[in-house]
Design a protein. Structure first.
Length: 191
């Protein structure tokens, strides 16, 4: 609830026959805050005009830079400039840059058996806490698991030997799909 809302609530309660003191206590606002009347300062109009003029001359300047320019002419508080800057809504408009989205080609869909093979490593832990690296190879069209190879470490040589066995058994696929793991981006595997 803003101060203006609290004052309105106290005024409403006072019209219903509740004393101002009791209404302030119910709304949880100090009586001094309720009775406070803001007095406009005659200097502020001139100051707002100066700030607006500087903001129009230098549209990319913020309130701190405008305050620095005003300080050359007179003594002025930075917080006062900030308050007037916000009241007159002179905030610098941010430029929104739209990111260009690159159109990625859709991943190739397998259309027949042995067209696309996908292979990746999965990690698991043994009972003794050691890490197990599991190489899985799958035919994407038939969803058949062609190979599962379990070891405590992984290497490009291990991937190559397993792929050579599968090519000898099933024939070479048209495409191989994998992520960019270190075992798969090795030069030997890419060849």
């Amino acid at each position: 609830m803003t101060i203006a809302d609290q004052r309105a609530a106290v005024r409403f309660l006072a019209t219903k026959g509740i004393s101002v003191r009791r209404a302030c206590r119910l709304v949880q606002v100090q009586r001094a805050t309720f009775h406070y009347q803001a007095r406009p300062r005659p200097q502020e109009d001139a100051l707002v005009a100066d700030i607006t003029e500087l903001a129009q001359q230098h549209p990319r300047y913020g309130y701190r830079r405008v305050w620095a320019l005003l300080r050359r002419k007179r003594t002025i508080n930075r917080k006062r400039v900030h308050r007037l800057w916000k009241r007159t809504q002179l905030q610098v408009k941010r430029t929104v840059r739209r990111r260009l989205r690159r159109a990625r080609p859709a991943p190739l869909a397998a259309t027949y058996p042995n067209h696309v093979w996908a292979y990746d490593f999965v990690e698991d832990y043994a009972l003794d806490g050691s890490t197990l690296r599991i190489l899985t190879v799958m035919d994407e069209f038939t969803r058949e698991g062609l190979a599962i190879d379990v070891d405590t470490s992984s290497s490009a040589e291990r991937v190559l030997s397993r792929l050579e066995e599968l090519v000898a058994q099933y024939g070479a696929p048209a495409y191989l799909r994998s992520d960019n793991g270190p075992e798969f981006v090795a030069i030997a595997v890419q060849r």
